[in-house]
Design a binder for this molecule. Structure first.
Ligand code: GYE
Length: 306
């Protein structure tokens, strides 16, 4: 009920844990891999999963969470599309004694007792890694470096933090100039559309920093369409390291990828079991991640899981 349109999977026993999971959407390759990881891990752990896809809309997530509260699930997990505006619904879950685990993205609620744990990446760190590569790449040049930025979904933790981390690192050198920065909603289609507009408005783009692979892949189409060579005429840095991104990196069309792992399912199920059993869990669980150059992508591709 509640219009969440979920699929039921996993365990079926009367005493198995029931988890309500509200997913952001299906906007990117990362998200698809994340959904698969959560569904498979639930099955493996014998947890009954009620899953709903919010299509990148906060109101849909709030509806889904309210419906999980009504259904009296044992635990609610969700990946908040944006950071703000969750206090009321989280308070409702708390009042109903249903523990909440934040997955992948953070909320900005001042009251951290509204959730038990936050499992996911350090997005500021990812932005910093992207900036560090750029600083190194241009260390021998004193000319201006014109950068365009494709931001993730407006108001989302990864968009806010990847922007901030990157800006902090490149801000130490005046030669780096962000000449345009706009959201591409983490999708390929929007990445292409916004990059098309950037190319028309900006005569001299040296670097594209895209907050995820999908937007970078859309932008590559726009760059090629404009008769330029991605990876050469315009250097490209992205975040995620999904297969299509890694392939483009290995092919020389992307120059550097900062990894962000979507495989959060198994850790989420472990946390859920502990929380439901009343055990204490760490307030923050940070995912381990690396970075890839073009050479490293060639090596890593064959064994890539997503
Ligand atoms: O980087 C992007 C996805 O929240 C970390 O969301 C996630 C981001 C990921 O759409 O591809």
């Amino acid at each position: 009920s509640g219009g969440s349109g979920g699929t039921e999977g996993g365990g079926s026993g009367g005493d198995s844990i029931v988890m309500g999971f509200s997913q952001v959407g299906a906007e990117s390759g990362w998200r698809t891999a994340n959904t698969k990881s959560v569904q498979e891990a639930a099955k493996q752990a014998g947890i009954t999963l009620r899953f709903s896809d919010a299509q990148q809309k906060q109101e849909n997530q709030i509806k889904a969470i309210r419906s999980y509260i009504q259904q009296k699930v044992d635990v609610i997990a969700f990946s908040p599309v944006v950071e703000s505006g969750w206090d009321t619904v989280l308070k409702e879950a708390k009042d109903a004694n249903i523990p909440v685990i934040l997955t992948d993205r953070a909320v900005d609620s001042a009251d951290t007792s509204l959730y038990k744990s936050f499992l996911g990446s350090d997005f500021v760190e990812e932005g910093k890694k992207a900036g560090q590569w750029l600083v190194e790449e241009y260390k021998d040049s004193s000319e201006t470096v014109n950068i365009v930025e494709l931001q993730g979904t407006t108001g989302s933790a990864p968009a806010n933090d990847r922007k901030a981390g990157f800006a902090e690192v490149i801000g130490a050198d005046q030669k780096f100039k962000i000449v345009a920065s706009q959201t591409g909603d983490f999708t390929r289609a929007k990445g292409k559309e916004v990059m098309d507009a950037f190319l028309k408005a900006q005569p001299d783009i040296d670097v594209l920093y895209a907050h995820n692979d999908d937007m970078g892949l859309g932008a590559i189409e726009a760059i090629e369409g404009a008769g330029k060579v991605p990876g050469k005429d315009i250097k490209i840095i992205t975040v995620d390291a999904v297969k299509d991104g890694m392939q483009a990196l290995a092919d020389g069309k992307i120059n550097y990828i900062v990894e962000c792992s979507p495989l959060l399912g198994p850790q989420l199920m472990d946390l859920a079991k502990k929380v439901v059993a009343g055990e204490s869990v760490p307030a923050r669980v940070v995912t381990e991640e690396t970075t890839f150059t073009q050479e490293q992508a060639k090596e890593a591709l064959p064994s890539r899981q997503y």
